[in-house]
Write a protein that binds this ligand. Sequence first.
Ligand SMILES: C[S@@+](CC[C@H](N)C(=O)[O-])C[C@H]1O[C@@H](n2cnc3c(N)ncnc32)[C@H](O)[C@@H]1O
Length: 250
Amino acid sequence: MKANWAETYYKRQFELMRSNSAYPANNFFEEEVSLLLEQVGRPSATVLELGAGRSDIANILARQDRKIVTIELVEEICGYAKKHAHQNVQALCGDFYTIKLQRDFDLILYLDGFGVGNDDDQSYLLQRIFNWLSDDGYALIDIYQPLYWQKIAGQEMYPFGIENIIRKYDYDEAGNRMTDTWWEKGKENETITQSLACYSPEQIYTLCEKAGLQIIAYYPSGAIDFETGAFQKIASLDECLSYRIKLKKN
Ligand SMILES: C[S@@+](CC[C@H](N)C(=O)[O-])C[C@H]1O[C@@H](n2cnc3c(N)ncnc32)[C@H](O)[C@@H]1O
């Protein structure tokens, strides 16, 4: 179930980004929401967002009168989300593996972060998503793409341009997981690492099918070009860093 590293990593990452004022600008989230609405392709009155972080996306979606529930594990991040929540957003602090929800939703989102546990944990979460989804609802989930992470293993950078923090990407071949390690310059012994399972389009199709969910679309995201350092907004399914799947009940 809940991975040991998750709370430590996301809490520390939140502190580092906050103390360096390193969050993306509002127009980044506005663009994300436009894209997401285009992918959903129809109105949804009730939305559930898993691993919602500060609820930046939820707050924008909520402006159009949707009722949104967000779930976030880390108390400090959730506290921020509650403080800044739009009136249509109910920000819940909790673990999406164990939290009890009394209703179903037209749309379920898990943006950036799927793959925290092992395959059984992922299957269990997909079953929970099946149970929370209304009969004609959609879910959108971002999946890390293994070929990209294999290719860029070993790359180091300054996350969000913060020059006192180093970020190193790697790939665990045995476990098929991307790893993302952060440390402050001069504090190489105090690293934090996230480790997320990567799935090919075929592998995730099979995992979803076992949970009664069918993938009806794949949307590749972009990729960092490490030669130029620029982020390419459009990449193929084999070259993107992650891709979004659109799911419905089988
Ligand atoms: C990579 S961040 C993405 C945040 C947000 N979705 C976004 O795109 O900005 C993943 C988030 O999922 C949360 N998370 C991880 N495991 C969780 C769990 N078991 N239950 C609820 N939230 C979890 C983390 O604390 C973190 O804030």
